[in-house]
Design a protein around this ligand. Structure first.
Ligand code: OAD
Ligand code: ZN
Length: 249
């Protein structure tokens, strides 16, 4: 492990344009549930019912049942993994973070250049009128075991600005992420199973442009051939050690 940490730090130090790509695993140590794996959200909820556009139109209650598990995401605090990435950015050793996460923990940790390709839980739009809510206003209702309704029109179709199945990813953010991935000569891929496209295609772009790829994840995953360096471990434990080494130099 020590050798791998040293190698990762060397790769970051010698890169001109290092970026990170993160998934649910980086927030696991903040208590946020991941999607796949034995304790994953997709073992408890059917994604097609919980977060698909068609289901949301007809049975928004299914989303709100799932959303109770998202309350944890919005109440969580950044962990040492998020903070290590923010430190690297401040030192000029990380140019941006492309994240699939909707929990805003990178920004809370102090990262500034964050591209949220699956949106975030900050704002919520009523689909039946133009009312906009803050996610935090609605979680108070959810915590009381009630379903949030629009004050203005009574609709249950209050949709957070996160990407649902059947919906396109935000075009401008996707374009920027592709540009970052192509420009990067090193990408740290952290805490993602890389099973969901188009997100999972982003590290492949860096690869196609001869950039190097590091995979830091709790398990080795199924894409081992893609990476120059694979570190199997917890992001909150390993990233601070890598950042310490990079910044020492
Ligand atoms: P997944 O749940 O698919 O994968 C999380 C990965 O993190 C797994 O490979 C775990 O082994 C790993 N992991 C768990 N704890 C970790 C830790 N402490 N440190 C490092 N790694 C850890 O989550 P994502 O890849 O983010 O999309 O999922 C991608 C997308 O699938 C999500 O953005 C979501 C979902 O459907 C939408 O909702 C649009
Ligand atoms: Zn409304």
């Amino acid at each position: 492990m020590k050798e791998k940490i040293k190698k990762a730090a060397q790769l970051i130090n010698s890169a001109n344009y290092p970026v990170a790509f993160t998934g649910a695993g980086i927030s696991a140590e903040s208590g946020v549930p991941t999607f796949r794996g034995p304790d994953g959200l997709w073992n408890k909820h059917d994604p097609q019912e919980a977060v698909s556009l068609s289901s949301f139109r007809n049975q928004p209650k299914k989303f709100w049942q799932f959303a109770r598990d998202l309350i944890i995401s919005s109440g969580a605090s950044p962990n040492p993994g998020h903070r290590a990435l923010a430190r690297l950015e401040k030192q000029g050793k990380l140019k941006s973070i492309i994240t699939q996460n909707i929990d805003m923990l990178h920004q809370e940790a102090g990262s500034e250049k964050v591209l949220e390709i699956h949106g975030s839980l900050q704002k919520v739009d009523c689909q039946d009128c133009s009312q906009v809510y803050l996610w935090q206003e609605l979680t108070a209702t959810l915590k009381k075991d009630k379903l949030p309704r629009c004050d203005n029109c009574g609709s249950l179709r209050l949709k957070p600005r996160i990407v649902f199945f059947g919906e396109r990813l935000p075009e401008d953010i996707l374009q920027k992420s592709w540009a970052e991935a192509k420009r990067a000569d090193l990408m740290l891929v952290i805490g993602s199973s890389l099973e969901v496209y188009p997100a999972a295609g982003i590290p492949e772009l860096t690869r196609q442009n001869s950039g190097k790829l590091i995979y830091l994840n709790a398990d080795r995953g199924s894409r081992t051939q893609l990476f120059d360096l694979i570190i199997t471990g917890k992001a909150g434990k390993v990233l601070p050690k890598i950042a310490d080494r990079v910044i020492q130099k």
